[in-house]
Design a binder for this molecule. Sequence first.
Ligand SMILES: [Zn+2]
Length: 658
Amino acid sequence: MRNAFVLTLAASLAGYCQAPSRTTPAPNRPPLQPNAFHQLPLTSVLPKGWLLEQLRIQAKGLSGHLDEFWPDLGPTSGWLGGTGESWERGPYFLDGLVPLAYLTQDARLIAKVKRWMDWTLDHQQPSGWIGPVKNEDWWPNYVMLKALTQYQEATGDARVIPLMQKYYAFQLKHLDERPLKEWAILRWHDGVLSVLWLYNRTGDRSLLDLARKLHGQGHDWEAQFANFLYRDKVTRADAHLATHGVNNAMGLKAAPVWWLLTGQKQNRDGFYRMFEMLDRYHGQPAGIFAADEHYAGRDPSQGTELCAVVEAMFSLEVNLAILGDPMLGDRLERISYNALPATLSADLWAHQYDQQANQVLCTLATRRWVSNGPAANIFGLEPNFGCCTANMHQGWPKLAANLWMATPDGGLAAVAYGPSEVSTLLAGGTAVRIEEQTDYPFRETVSLAVRPERQVKFPLVLRIPAWADGASVAVNGQAMSGVQPGRFFRVEREWRSGDKVEIRFPMPVRTSTWFNNSIAVERGPLVYSLKIGESWHKIRQIGPAADWEIYPTTPWNFAITFDGKTPAGQFQVRERPLGSQPFSPEGAPVEILARGRRLPSWQIVDDSAGPLPSSPVPPPARNLQPEQELTLIPYGSAKLRVTAFPYMVPVAAPAAAK
Ligand SMILES: [Zn+2]
């Protein structure tokens, strides 16, 4: 458990720390539908191992210092009472800074959080309005309320709930005469989320009226996907707020959140329809759809915005709790362990706006984006536009906070895997702590040490990924039967302190099929990309941050050798030590060795990898390039990469070479 003595001691030492108000989740109150799993209050799950290290790098990087030099988060911010930026950037920053600060228990970051939170909490207007006076948009308040709910869970600050009650009373009263506009229409569900959070704590039924009103004024995502019109890259002329990538990533939670109020099966189905359409028409190997800035199709030279990555992660975390579908855990890991680190520099001081699955050159240049500018794929402080600069911080911390959830019948569920520790009070009031030791997603084994304060019976529910054929679970050395991929596996027994659960997810190399019948090489939850030599050129220094171009120093235009059938025997796995930054080319903890041949005709066009040759690529009649060994590393480690590979079936050597 979160040891009460340690908490009290920490609180008295730190002065500004308040003990969490609860260590158990707040289940949905009727008439809301019950969640499949309950998200645990912030700080119930703490990151460990390589994941904690990732958060620490964040704290030492942009996330921990941005407000010290970036004017939009500086002392003139409207969210600190100044006359500066008064829209979404302050709240976006806090939505990530709050979980980062409390999960790393970093006093410096907690002090920063306090300063921002205090201003909002101490400056609510008599009417109930919150935030900068000059903001009249409901949208940034949705984000601030998400940050406030997390802050309340971590600290128990008694000011949060009364502020929310007063604010929502104001919103309910004024929403008809002052309806949602623009972004607030498309993102209504992110507003409803905090309304329901409060309802579950107070039971005030007027909050359900407010939730319905927000839905009524909001965009109908389910209708958009019931008859999905955008099956190709949209043109700039056709682009609008409903084709916008970040809106869609946020919109992934719309139907499940609405189902909580309706209980209608069609809402659950509506989510799956949206998910499937985005995959089918815009899907990319790292698990996220392409949208640069709008739907961009399946070509791996199109891009995906970092905001869309972190918002899709957050939507999947919410949906996993509501729907309890293990597939959502698979997808959450796929995006988190591939698309997220891929678009951040190893020191977490620079990020991209758009990432590409086939990303062979990151330079200031006009590319075939739907509407993004020349800086969209460089690494820097605010390439293309500063929204991601403010919003990127939530990615790792919220993933860590959602690795474990509570089951409605008083147990715990591992819904996604990563080194962590969960502490909570079970339904009967017994404190339990589980330590999860693992180097997942790089390694196959997960070890759980179960530590209840006294002997107690509860279900331990383990997600078995769909790719994990032959997965095994053993409790105190005894193998369990009935473990099935793509399902939750339940171990219900009387647990004693020191019980050990050993899980193994076999990770043979797999392939998946993408644009123009290209293949991606996968192992476990990771997608692998060609390792390309990277030369980083600093374009300019901006305070402690900098903008960078990356040029390739080794060739990238290969067709991989593959028989089109089974990957067994065609790829070799080489494990390397797991260091402090696995998401860098030199720190990649796993390499996959493949064979391939140069395709001289595949060249850069418009500063991206040119049209992807259709696979299988026929061996050329003349000038067949020699086969050579290719090294693949995790997608997230490769800042230049080819991921969707053309492939060529094995070709017999033309003559016996001596
Ligand atoms: Zn963004």
